[in-house]
Design a binder for this molecule. Structure first.
Ligand code: GLP
Length: 245
């Protein structure tokens, strides 16, 4: 794992955006894996700026999102579909038929997982996967204990993840209990992975990622086995804790 540190969240976002924009320019048909949550919003802001000022085009880019809540419609502002529209897609020249997100409203959830895997097979592999890090080490919505061999599947969200994500909802009761997520093995199929880690609340998880063992109890630990992982961490993660990155 290649670890790059940035002095601030803004610097991290700019660095990640510059990296991705270069990749898109080099390969206009790139397949990107995208994440939601607070961490990548700065990156998406920078990609939009880059698109507007430098004209980087996403016309031939395909994207796969990691996950979606079960039971939230596309119109629900808390769905990851709405998140991606708001924070990225509506500002780019990307073609909506090439932006894939699991359908959390599907009446046949298992079937939806299989369909998503088929799409990944058809349009993939993912060239560059963007990841955030859950405070409990989750990637996508793969909670501790998830099999490293998992493909796209339905998960029951842990109380800690529902609590962490409740900041986006009116009430914790409104946070869905389940989600569809790409599995660990689906994520590991990406040719390259860019993990973004920002904020003091990720310090413990980051430390465990660096120094802990590879275990299904800490899903992100599998990244140590991927041949091409870059980690971008900001100063608030490193703090003065003596974490050596
Ligand atoms: C969420 C998402 C993940 C995200 C992670 C961290 O639950 N499903 O894809 O990477 O948790 O979120 P944040 O960046 O808001 O801390």
């Amino acid at each position: 794992m290649d670890i790059i540190t940035a002095p601030s969240y803004e610097a991290l976002s700019k660095e990640a955006a510059a990296y991705i924009s270069r990749k898109v320019q080099d390969n206009p048909q790139i397949v990107l894996g995208l994440a939601t949550g607070s961490t990548p919003t700065g990156l998406y802001e920078q990609l939009i700026k880059d698109h507007i000022t430098l004209g980087t085009s996403y016309r031939h880019v395909t994207t796969f999102n990691l996950d979606e809540y079960v039971g939230l419609s596309k119109e629900n502002p808390n769905s990851y579909y709405a998140f991606m529209e708001k924070h990225l897609f509506q500002h780019l020249d990307i073609q909506s038929e090439y932006t894939f997100i699991p359908d959390g409203m599907s009446a046949h959830q298992q079937k939806e997982c299989n369909i998503y895997e088929e799409k990944l097979k058809k349009h993939g592999p993912i060239d560059l996967q963007i990841l955030g890090l859950g405070a409990n080490g989750h990637i996508g919505f793969n909670e501790p204990g998830t099999s490293f061999a998992s493909r796209t599947h339905i998960v029951e969200l842990t109380d800690s993840t529902r609590k962490a994500n409740s900041r986006f909802f009116k009430d914790i009761k409104d946070v869905p209990t389940h989600a569809i997520t790409m599995g660990i093995d689906s994520i590991m199929g990406a040719k390259e992975i860019l993990l973004l880690v920002a904020g003091e609340n990720k310090r413990k998880a980051f430390e465990q990622l660096l120094y802990g063992e590879i275990s299904e109890d800490f899903p992100a630990s599998i990244l140590k086995k991927h041949p091409c992982v870059k980690i971008l961490a900001d100063q608030s993660v490193l703090g003065t804790s003596g974490i050596i990155a």
